[in-house]
Design a binder for this molecule. Structure first.
Ligand SMILES: [Mn+2]
Length: 357
């Protein structure tokens, strides 16, 4: 298994490549969506959290990530000994009507095909996505980690409706008419996702790209009054079975899966790793279950992370693990310290696994 590091768009520069390498990472997962575009003050110290108005503005609908741009990032990372394993998340500006079943759906599916082909041409193996209307929203922060470290969590359901012009926790249309997005059914969400798979999986196969689905974070039955696609571990199986293909796989988020109320995290790891459906792993820990949980330090939560690693190794998983989010540690660089702590723990755990089994 390989240690990876996730970098946000504003971090795709030499200093952050050095930091990731210093943490022991050999691989990167990069975000091309700029969640911090309209909240620069908050940019370097934490994961995006946002409020009722979301993370901010989506990108430019007419500007797709280009081959040249991605090659430049790939080459700059390679100069620091880092391989880009995945691009994480599509920009709502490029696919809002795929999620919403809106009038630009056909045009936007073509944009997604172009992006997937570009990612493949650059030589990045995985394109990860999160098929969700509310996206990652409704979470709060508090000093609930060990030693009072600030962590992200949830304390009860969050169902404030999504305003028009917002999708996936970002604003794609600032001039939208006042009002709220009408709730849809779970069946309708799965229908839209099925259409997405039918259109994109064949292109991904041809481009030698693996599409990897993140589960719903937070995994409550609804968020912002809209259904969730994968909010229980067994629903990952439904997603795989909807379109059997080596290009239809999972961005396996251990923390989110452990927050789910059904099933057992070790059984989920066993099931999906033995089917070789894990594209890469968000390796983080959590205490509690949705809708009441807190993220934790990697060695502090409900999950026995070494047990997870042993199951992965038994089933021949040889892919990338990234820390996902980490608690913010009390110092002048809270995000960096938290991530470095997680990487150090992971590096040691992988070493111990190799040495002792
Ligand atoms: Mn995750």
């Amino acid at each position: 298994m390989k240690l990876g590091f996730g970098l946000y768009r504003h971090q795709l520069n030499d200093d952050h490549f050095r930091f990731a390498r210093q943490c022991g990472a050999s691989h990167l997962v990069i975000h091309m969506v700029d969640y911090f575009r309209s909240s620069r003050s908050d940019m370097s110290v934490d994961q995006p959290l946002g409020d009722d108005s979301g993370w901010g503005l989506a990108g430019d609908p007419d500007q797709l990530w280009s081959y040249e741009e991605l090659c430049a990032i790939r080459d700059a990372a390679a100069a620091h000994g880092l391989t880009i394993q995945a691009v994480e998340n599509f920009d709502p500006a490029h696919w809002h009507d795929v999620l919403l079943d809106g009038p630009k759906k056909a045009e936007q599916l073509e944009k997604i095909k172009t992006l997937v082909r570009t990612v493949g041409k650059v030589g990045i193996p995985v394109m990860a996505y999160n098929f969700s209307l509310a996206g990652v929203s409704g979470r709060i922060k508090g000093p609930h980690g060990r030693g009072g470290a600030e962590v992200v969590g949830m304390d009860g359901p969050y169902d404030k409706p999504i305003p028009n012009g917002m999708i996936w926790n970002m604003v794609y249309d600032r001039d939208a008419a006042p009002g709220e997005l009408a709730p849809i059914t779970t069946e309708e969400l799965w229908r839209r996702h099925g259409e997405f798979l039918d259109a994109i999986v064949p292109v991904a196969e041809e481009a030698d790209v693996i599409l990897a689905a993140h589960p719903d974070d937070p995994p409550t039955p609804t968020v912002r009054n809209q259904p969730r696609l994968v909010n229980q571990p067994g629903l990952y199986q439904k997603l795989i079975d909807r379109k059997p293909s080596r290009s239809n796989a999972l961005e396996f988020c251990l923390g989110t899966l452990a927050e789910m109320t059904d099933g057992d995290i070790y059984e989920a790891v066993e099931s999906y790793s033995s089917q070789h459906k894990i594209a890469y792993i968000h390796f983080r820990n959590v205490r509690g279950k949705a809708p009441h949980y807190w993220e934790t330090f990697i060695d502090e939560g409900d999950i026995d992370m070494l047990r997870v690693l042993r199951i992965l190794r038994k089933n021949g998983y040889d892919g990338v693990l990234i820390p996902d989010h980490a608690p913010a540690m009390t110092c002048s660089a809270p995000w960096y310290a938290g991530m470095a702590y997680a990487c150090g723990w992971m590096k040691a755990a992988l070493h111990s696994l190799d040495a002792n089994g």
